[in-house]
Design a protein around this ligand. Sequence first.
Ligand code: GDP
Length: 138
Amino acid sequence: MSQRTFSIIKPDAVRKGHTAAILAKIQEAGFKVVAIKRMSISKAQAEGFYYVHAERPFFPELTEFMSSGPIFPMVLEKENAIADLRKLMGATNPAQAEEGTIRKEFAASIGENAIHGSDAEETAAFEIGYFFAGIELK
Ligand code: GDP
């Protein structure tokens, strides 16, 4: 059964001009792009998105980074979308990411790591709703 997940092309990748190459990889892997937009978010909006990480030492750095420039939030669909996108993204730290993954190819560091992907069904539902209205998701 097809499943939806939520992803963000992060500010580092947008700044370096990797958006199209990352999207191509995602589409080649069989994902349908259900919704996508370019936008910038405030630090407070980034804090709301990453609230589960609020107690982590890297929270200020993470939310500063995510509000540092334009991003492309998107909703992706395919069978097993959540797990398959996580596999395609690669490890959080690009130094540990496998060959062929998006982070191996495009990420610079554990913080500036090119792409976000939901890690579970409940988080996907929250994250999709944080960025998109139902009317945008037909
Ligand atoms: P993900 O699910 O692979 O994105 O990783 P996590 O959920 O563990 O962390 C969320 C995001 O926080 C990561 O994608 C990074 O952008 C950032 N992050 C995680 N660990 C660190 C860290 O040690 N330092 C910094 N600066 N950012 C981090």
